[in-house]
Ligand binder design. Structure first.
Ligand SMILES: Cc1cc2nc3c(=O)[nH]c(=O)nc-3n(C[C@H](O)[C@H](O)[C@H](O)COP(=O)(O)O)c2cc1C
Length: 353
């Protein structure tokens, strides 16, 4: 018998979850987000599991040392059953994990070609074997995060059947196929289909960009709660705002000066202080690529910040756009239409900023 699922911080609300994002959802990012109103729980970026793997140190740290007071699930990616079992036994025995999550969605070709992550959706029989073994060996909660299928929805029926058969405790569905990467239109009707197919609660994921949209999507799909990824990078107040929206309270409306303070926090917590100046600036720009979608409708901030060199120029550009006479302007709770976070090599190829 599994322990109970974590309950939302505020009674009567649906759970919000920060999406796992490789190279983004670090210990520091958990803290930065939690200071602005935490999600109900976190999921680590994936731990790679294979013959010679040991849990990556920075991910172990994100489980042990985040200090946010919220539960953290450890996500695994792999297909080798004895090593998945070895890893989950170690994690559940040694670390304060809320549960174990299996990644069935990573779309990076270098990942799915090894038949792991999204690649496993081409082989539902293998998924069934993996879930049987993981269920038998996981003493606590076992959860799955899946996409709708590889290049069609063909995997949805058999994989949700395995989720039901093996008593998975919670299913997160990102409403795109693996081939849909991060930009295909999200199919919320297919998430609703997954909800109907499994007995466990479902978390809906994909392009949930505001509190209002989160409420709409849970109503439309029948999901228990909602997971936000890139939209939480852009708007770290999104979890607080959704909680307030559900409770009928006025939603927190940060000003551009609050966004400027968020950037200082990101620089301090998420950009290695020992890295060369240009590396720190390019790391911060990866976050700004998302934040900038809410700064101005004509994209001037994005245009100018991408052309700065080094931290001093970058921060001066942020000051110009977010402080001074604009400091009190409200930060848009939704991305401005027409602006896009420019795909980087990593998002073109799969996981990673
Ligand atoms: C930079 C980046 C890294 C990601 N890394 C992971 C990961 O490690 N594990 C995972 O299950 N999903 C990963 N994802 C997918 C997200 O968890 C999420 O499913 C996806 O971004 C859709 O949600 P969103 O529209 O709210 O961003 C990643 C996404 C991004 C943008």
């Amino acid at each position: 018998m599994s322990p109970a699922l974590p309950q939302p911080l505020a009674a009567g609300t649906r759970p919000s979850v920060l999406a796992p994002m490789q190279d983004v959802t670090t210990t520091g990012f958990f803290r930065v987000i939690a200071r602005r109103g935490p999600p109900d729980w976190f999921v680590t970026e994936y731990l790679r599991v294979h013959e010679s793997s040991t849990p990556e140190r920075h991910i172990v740290e994100s489980i042990e040392a985040h200090g946010t007071g919220r539960p953290v699930f450890a996500q695994l990616i792999g297909e080798d059953i004895p090593h998945l079992v070895r890893t989950l036994r170690w994690l559940t025995a040694k670390l304060p994990v809320a549960g174990i999550d299996l990644n069935l969605g990573c779309p990076a070709p270098k990942v799915y070609r090894k038949n792991v992550g999204g690649g496993l959706l081409r082989d539902p029989a293998k998924v069934d074997e993996i879930l049987r073994a993981m269920r038998a060996e996981t003493p606590g909660l076992l959860t799955v995060k899946m996409r709708l299928g590889f290049d069609s929805h063909a995997a949805l029926a058999p994989v949700t059947e395995s989720v039901a058969r093996h008593g998975v405790d919670l299913l997160t569905v990102h409403g795109r196929t693996v081939k849909g990467l991060y930009w295909a239109e999200v199919d919320y009707a297919a998430i609703a289909e997954a909800v109907r197919r499994v007995p466990c609660p479902v978390i809906a994921n994909g392009d949930v960009w505001s509190a209002e949209k989160a409420s709409r999507i849970v109503a439309e799909t029948g999901a228990w709660g909602s997971m936000m990824g890139r939209h939480a990078i852009r708007n770290p107040w999104i979890f607080r705002q959704w909680r307030e929206h559900q409770l009928g309270q006025p939603a927190h409306r940060p000003a551009l000066a609050d966004v400027r303070a968020y950037l200082d926090d990101l620089a301090a917590e998420c950009c290695d202080a020992d890295a060369p100046d240009d590396r720190r600036a390019s790391r911060l720009k990866k976050f700004l690529n998302f934040v900038g979608l809410g700064v101005d409708p004509d994209g001037r901030f994005l245009h100018e910040m991408r052309r700065t060199e080094g931290m001093a120029e970058l921060m001066a550009c942020c000051d110009r756009h977010l402080l001074g006479e604009r400091a009190d302007e409200p930060f848009a709770p939704e991305p401005h239409p027409g602006l896009v976070a420019r795909p980087t090599r990593e998002t073109r190829e799969g996981c990673g900023l």
